[in-house]
Design a protein around this ligand. Structure first.
Ligand code: ADP
Ligand code: MG
Length: 291
């Protein structure tokens, strides 16, 4: 590898908004056959907003928001930002809960006085023995958007629907990858209904929902195995770091977590998914240049 060629290759890539962080990893990234995407923050803008509040019978929307916000003060998840913004924006009073614990890919718990508040996926509440089906008649389970369920001790107090917009260029970018004959896959911790809505809009060939962070990693390992080590993964979150490191080519989305950038061979400097096919080209070109 001549230093000059290396600088030239990475220099032109940088101009296009593609930062090559790790030349060694790039060396492994020959003809990619499958490319997997995280959903939240990668295929979507990652700045969800509260779209609906579904308080349980006997609970007010204000109380639902206030309890959820108290616990979300302990989280940096985009869902937490959305709930806190809505509570603050509508003047709902809340005090940060104490003893807040985050369970990655599931949600959070915290204490408000003697009361244990739990916020997260349906699975997270069900695992604690809380029946989420009881809200059934009040809620449109097939609507678009992620649901954050809220319980006080063992009582379900409601759910909050969050809507996160798909990135406007997602469909074009995925279409280009499909056109090249790559298998495109979306991996997400979110529920089936939301995953299907976003995945179909984006045009990915395969959708896998309800995955815990460790299961995303397993999915990448399985894809690596099946493609003979020719899988790329695009992600932005702290949770995505292991999958980014395990992929033949890890691509970190602009604006994501430091840990994601550190684990990826390539970082996109603009949040534009059309840079993903460009990054595959850059990886191939840089490799040719440095050989
Ligand atoms: P994704 O794979 O879409 O980036 P995550 O793995 O971060 O999603 O989260 C999976 C699910 O866990 C979310 O859809 C949500 O239901 C729940 N969850 C995770 N963190 C939180 C949080 N801070 N507040 C409420 N729910 C959460
Ligand atoms: Mg994400």
């Amino acid at each position: 590898a001549t230093p000059t060629a290396l600088v030239a290759g990475t220099g032109s890539a940088a101009k296009a908004g593609i930062l090559i962080r790790d030349i060694e990893t790039l060396e492994r990234a020959t003809d990619i056959k499958a490319i997997a995407f995280d959903k939240t923050g990668t295929l979507t803008a990652g700045a969800p907003e509260v779209a609906d509040l579904y308080p349980a019978d006997g609970v007010s929307a204000v109380d639902l928001l206030s309890h959820a916000a108290a616990v979300e003060t302990g989280s940096e998840h985009p869902i937490a930002n959305a709930i806190l913004a809505r509570a603050e924006g509508s003047g709902v009073a809340f005090k940060p809960a104490s003893d807040i614990r985050a369970v990655p890919g599931r949600g959070l718990t915290g204490m408000e006085g003697q009361i244990n508040i739990r916020v997260g996926s349906a699975r997270f509440l069900e695992e604690a023995g809380i029946d989420t089906t009881r809200l059934g008649k009040n809620i449109d389970l097939n609507g678009a958007g992620t649901l954050a369920w809220v319980a006080a001790d063992q009582r379900l107090i409601g759910a909050i629907r969050l809507a996160d917009a798909i990135r406007p260029e997602a469909r074009t970018a995925i279409a280009e990858l499909n056109r090249r004959g790559l298998q495109t896959i979306m991996l997400t911790g979110d529920n089936q209904a939301t995953a299907r809505a976003i995945g179909e809009m984006a045009g990915v060939s395969d959708i896998r929902a309800g995955l815990l962070p460790a299961e995303k990693l397993d999915a990448i390992r399985e894809l690596a195995h099946r493609t003979g080590g020719h899988v790329a993964f695009v992600g932005d979150g702290l949770n995505d770091a292991p999958a980014l490191a395990a992929a033949s080519l890890g691509i970190a989305m602009a604006g994501g977590a430091d840990a994601a950038r550190d684990a990826a061979a390539i970082t996109l400097m603009r949040p534009d998914l059309r840079l993903v096919p460009a990054a595959l080209d850059v990886a191939a070109k840089t490799r040719r240049t440095i050989r």
